[in-house]
Design a protein around this ligand. Sequence first.
Ligand SMILES: NC(=O)c1ccc[n+]([C@@H]2O[C@H](COP(=O)([O-])OP(=O)(O)OC[C@H]3O[C@@H](n4cnc5c(N)ncnc54)[C@H](O)[C@@H]3O)[C@@H](O)[C@H]2O)c1
Length: 256
Amino acid sequence: MRFKDKVVIVTGGGSGMGLAASRIFAAEGATIAINDVKAETAEKTVATVESEGGRAFAIPGDVSDAEIAARSVDATVERCGRVDILLNNAGIATIQPAEDYTEWHRVTGVDLDAPFLWAQAVAKRSMIPNGSGAIVNISSLAGMVAYPGDVGYIAAKAGVLGLTRSLAVEWARHGIRVNCICPGFTDTQIIKDMEAIDPDRFAERRRRIPMQRAARPEEIARAMAFLASDDASYITGAILNVDGGQIALSSGWSPA
Ligand SMILES: NC(=O)c1ccc[n+]([C@@H]2O[C@H](COP(=O)([O-])OP(=O)(O)OC[C@H]3O[C@@H](n4cnc5c(N)ncnc54)[C@H](O)[C@@H]3O)[C@@H](O)[C@H]2O)c1
């Protein structure tokens, strides 16, 4: 029960890693405020958490909208008294050649602007006044290394590493820890959508994972729980790869 009576905001909590994290944190005693742009999937996660004996409520809306971030954090503070943990998890990706890329603002809005806006809102309204908090940002293997076809995603996810370090050093004196996870290939909707666009490329990609399988969303969520918990009480500004060895293999070789 590492999160007994803690209040957690999860962005993009309607599916994938956000759903897995909601269940894991709730099972360890937290109340979960679940954001998602799809209100019905946020409500579905609420129902799942409640059916497992946990506490959750929905704060739906577009994560990249500053007003929605402020309003959602206010609503959570009003309802629960504070926010202890923020999981900046919502993300989108696309596949487009850089020279024809039209999604820059949409992708960087969700993947980079939003983690900043939500961190700023929770810090200002709750964590700084309370003198404590933990923020976990979800970047990507794409934040560490590049691949062709999604310049906005790769630039945004690399930006999340800088955002993490910057907030970590600035807010350490307020008792707020800020860390980052770089998941590798993980079996969630975002990957299913991309695989549907280019199945051959993704089949080859799967073969190049040293552990020879994609992550399960729970495996990323458990790393979020570690970084958000007191088990990580002296860890801030860290970038944790949870990727089955994928970044270790960025030599261009295939796994043996
Ligand atoms: N799946 C992977 O292989 C992988 C690898 C590295 C990083 N990531 C990152 O992990 C995070 C979680 O993704 P996932 O794999 O669970 O994918 P997912 O598609 O299952 O979940 C993402 C969630 O974010 C929500 N979302 C999208 N746009 C939003 C918006 N504007 N406002 C609010 N919610 C929005 C979606 O509705 C969805 O519920 C993302 O940041 C993603 O970039 C995923």
